[in-house]
Design a protein around this ligand. Structure first.
Ligand code: ATP
Ligand code: LTN
Length: 342
């Protein structure tokens, strides 16, 4: 039986997900992640965190981090994470994430952290240079991010599945060691279809760390840049507009068009049958530009408005902090810590 404990006052289920403040999102991040998060806004209590404490596990520049947090926040709001319908918070502004991570860390087998795929990959990357203990501890902090809010559902990409398994293991272990405290969260991974590929190498996913940046469309790319990138997408030598394994470039463009317009790939294949590839690419470019236009317009309004963005964080953090304190004080009591008098 799954250990279960409902700490929430709210009848709605809680969704929580977090992302590092990269300051830039591409079509893959939007169609594969952020846009799906907006589907929870109506019937869930939603917490969306920007995890700046995770962002310091590899070398970084402090002033750039601050800038990236504001840009990421503004992008999320522009993508539809409406602050009046969800709690947008900044990890470092909430007391509880690192505190809970310490307690969970004391329950976490070292070997499980050393076996994490992301740790192995990142610690071997040459550009990382120095491997700090924070990189190893990262998944424990991530578990704390989730458990601190007793989340029911955590939408993440496939690459985070192993971290979520650890989170569930730690919740179960804490509950068994002390007593039922944490809800064991469910993981929501989008269907494989949500994977957007690089326009230049359609065998690889669209990624901001791809050295060939012309294969990656950013949400804030100006229309002429979007058009140029899509018009030079790699395709194949036939002229059939059909999704299939032998046609990864056209398949990717069909998927992008489908995600941009809401029409099925089958309907799009039928609608564009007989078009030359250049004409089809122009259709895709128009659709992507139209899909991103409202996001870009909203970003132009709020992207530089620090007082608005600070206020969003203030309001989000107030709710998040209240919830975090409630859980943390319960955990402290169970762990045998003496309650502090304020
Ligand atoms: P990096 O290249 O630095 O690893 P990324 O561009 O792949 O970054 P992440 O920050 O790792 O993006 O991912 C943020 C979210 O976007 C995750 O939920 C991830 O699954 C999703 N995502 C990233 N790239 C794609 C893609 N090409 N298609 C669909 N979803 C994606
Ligand atoms: N590790 C995740 C970001 C992340 C996260 C979380 C996601 C940190 N804490 C809590 C969901 C829930 C990533 O790199 N995408």
């Amino acid at each position: 039986m799954t250990p279960f404990f409902n700490m929430s006052d709210s009848p709605r289920k809680t969704v929580l997900t977090c992302a590092q403040p990269t300051g830039n999102l591409h079509l893959g991040n939007y169609f594969g992640a952020v846009r799906n998060w907006t589907s929870y806004l109506d019937d869930h209590e939603c917490f969306f965190g920007i995890v700046d404490q995770h962002a310091i596990t590899t070398p970084y520049v402090p002033a750039e981090l601050r800038q990236s947090v504001y840009r990421t926040l503004a992008l999320y709001i522009s993508c539809g994470l409406d602050p009046s319908r969800c709690h947008l918070f900044l990890q470092s502004q909430i007391t509880g994430h690192t505190e809970l991570a310490w307690i969970l860390g004391c329950l976490c087998p070292l070997g499980q952290l050393e076996r994490m795929t992301q740790f192995k990959e990142k610690s071997q990357r040459e550009d990382v240079g120095f491997v700090g203990a924070g990189l190893l501890f990262y998944p424990v902090l991530m578990a704390a991010d989730i458990l601190l809010y007793n989340a029911d559902v955590v939408p993440v990409g496939e690459d985070q599945k192993q971290h979520l398994e650890l989170c569930r293991d730690l919740a179960i272990k804490f509950n068994a060691t002390y007593s039922n405290t944490f809800r064991v969260p469910d993981v929501a991974i989008p269907k494989a279809g949500a994977r957007i590929r690089s326009l230049q190498s359609p065998d690889k996913k669209m990624s901001k760390s791809d050295p060939n940046q012309s294969g990656c469309v950013y949400l804030l790319d100006p229309p002429e840049v979007i058009r140029k990138k899509i018009m030079s997408a790699v395709t194949d030598s036939s002229r059939e507009i059909r999704a299939s394994a032998e046609k990864p470039g056209i398949t990717n463009l069909l998927n992008i068009l489908s995600a941009s317009t809401g029409q099925t790939v089958e309907a799009l294949e039928a609608a564009h049958d007989g078009l030359a590839y250049g004409e089809f690419k122009a259709v895709v470019a128009d659709a992507v530009i139209a899909c991103l236009a409202p996001i870009q317009a909203r970003f132009a309004e709020i992207g530089e408005d620090r007082s608005y963005l600070d206020n969003v964080l203030k309001e989000g953090s107030e709710v998040a902090q209240k919830r975090a304190y409630r859980l943390l004080s319960k955990v402290y009591r169970k762990a045998g810590f003496i309650e502090r008098s304020r």
